[in-house]
Write a protein that binds this ligand. Structure first.
Ligand SMILES: [Zn+2]
Length: 186
């Protein structure tokens, strides 16, 4: 559970530590605003996407399901700065088990709303799909821009980091994998 009181104290502390006056007009409400914002952007801490997964049974559905261009915003756990972009999910149903389409976006939402790493987010979405629908195969692709890269250090605004996670038949069968990538890019 998020302790807003503690966040407010900590933000006041940081503002003081960078040499600002936390009591000046423009900053006085900032700790409370940040606490409310953190409650929203870290709403996935301690949550399990299994709680939103709902599986349907649909006869003879063994074709690839593609949900692409799911927008997401997450916070890099190394710098507490945003990284954001698009998530693409592909899976091949097994034994007629399919996932409600909106559930894919719910899964990505829960897993992105916590201090994260792009690589781990990619893997955790794959894990949730495998656990939730036990498909023949899954592919998760994330394209993201990291503000910690754009605003500091090597300063490369617009640079995209791409991560992927392939499971089951989408890992072992190169032609299926190529088809999935084509559907994502197409
Ligand atoms: Zn970072």
């Amino acid at each position: 559970m998020i302790d807003k009181e503690r966040i407010e104290q900590a933000v006041r502390e940081i503002l003081g530590a960078i040499g600002e006056d936390p009591e000046r007009e423009g900053l006085r409400e900032t700790p409370a605003r940040v606490a409310r914002m953190y409650e929203e952007i870290f709403a996935g801490v301690g949550r399990d996407p299994a709680e939103v997964i709902k599986v349907f049974r649909e006869d003879s559905l063994e074709e690839m399901v593609v949900v692409k261009d799911i927008p997401f915003y997450s916070i890099c756990e190394h710098h507490l700065m945003p990284f954001f972009g698009s998530i693409h999910v592909v899976y091949i149903p097994q034994d007629n088990r399919i996932l409600g389409l909106s559930k894919v976006a719910r899964i990505t939402d829960i897993l992105s709303k916590k201090p994260q790493l792009q690589e781990r987010l990619t893997r955790e979405i794959g894990d949730a799909l495998v656990k939730g629908v036990a498909p023949h195969g899954t592919a998760v692709l994330i394209e993201a821009e990291h503000l910690c890269m754009a605003m500091r250090g090597i300063r490369k605004p617009g640079a995209q980091t791409v991560t992927s996670d392939f499971r089951g038949s989408l890992r072992t069968d190169t032609s299926l994998r190529a088809e999935a990538l084509k559907l994502i890019k197409g």
